[in-house]
Design a protein around this ligand. Sequence first.
Ligand code: PLP
Length: 430
Amino acid sequence: MSLHPIFNIKNGELYVENVRVMDLVEKYGTPLHVISSNRIKQKYGELYSASTEYWKNTLICYAYKANPTLAILKLLHGLGAGAEVVSAGELYAARLIGVKHDKIVFNGVSKSPSELSDAISVQVGLLNIESLTELKLINDIASKLNIQVNLGVRINFDVPVRTHRYISTGMKFHKFGLGVNEAFEAYKLALKSKRIRVRGIHVHIGSQILTVYPFVKASNNMVSFAEKLYETLKLRLDLIDLGGGLGIQYSLEDKTFSSQEYCKNVFPIITEKIGTIFDDESIIILEPGRYLVGDAGILLTRVNYVKQIGDIKWVLVDAGMNDLIRPALYDALHRIVVVNKFDLPSVERYSVSGPICESADVFVRDYPLPKVDIGDILAILDTGAYGISMSSQYNCRPRAPIVMVEGEDVKLIRRRETYADIFMCDLNYR
Ligand code: PLP
């Protein structure tokens, strides 16, 4: 296997950046999430410089759902990132770490009235609607609070993408966004409101997309739609929100595209129209989540047992689907290495599974590894996105801690939950 971007090898041992992985295991135990801060910085830097090569006013709003650990949010905020949030909880996190209101994009297909009130009170930079009823509700709340809303419309252009069906979001049978006719109606109605500044257009067609073509298609659709808005309503939008969805390489077969390629193919479609149908000072917004943090994280886990049933050799580890649900939920492949034997040849085939009482609790099946023994430490790769954020306490398992590595430095950025934490919100049991 070619060396993963966050690893180094020194004296025949595996390191994350300049920190020996086995030292982390000894100090913090397992299961343990490790995140490389320099990898996040590198990914952000690449996307930022690629995008600003094509348009000076680009705002990268990190999609908090990918991994909302506060130290990660702070790191990205420090680099200049805005926030893409989809709940009042994520909005709370953005405010907590000091993201300025106008760098926050609030999305969501079913925002509650109280979430809308929060978003409007904070005066988020862009509030994207997904239904006509939501528009009315926003108008009512904004009138009551006497606050102007920066409004955008998420449009469903029926763009197919090749990804897992649970993370494809831009086709007409999905719940997301407004169809083209309703979206046009929404802009017309919104323009009549004194409380609404109609500013944005938004698409997000899905996640873990590995080719640029669907983004090109969605951007062309956006431009055609915006042309119609300009011609018929004299509306010039200034917040062009292209969503997230840029994929990463989970398996060696995954062919990804670079941020350069993305920007080269997508940005000119938009920038060509800035100054005509789009405002001269338009901001192009990107909402990447997985792209920024996905391959910066690994999950370390210890082997409890090795056993064989029929033809299947099971490696049973101390992390479970409560720590990383992607394999169970999306059939996602996360590569695995045996940390203390990473340089040995793969001579066996194992199914690697956790302690949860569910047959879905399997990380990989029939997977080539060196001969595995009790006490070995496995690293499950590319767990930085949608790992901890989708984790749970199922089977009363405390969630794993997270350490952030930067060069030689190690910081515990989330402690291991205790058993008391699991029951913290339970009342009246005595
Ligand atoms: N924006 C929106 C509206 C989303 O729903 C999502 C995730 O599904 C994202 C951005 C981030 O997607 P990704 O992590 O694939 O970049």
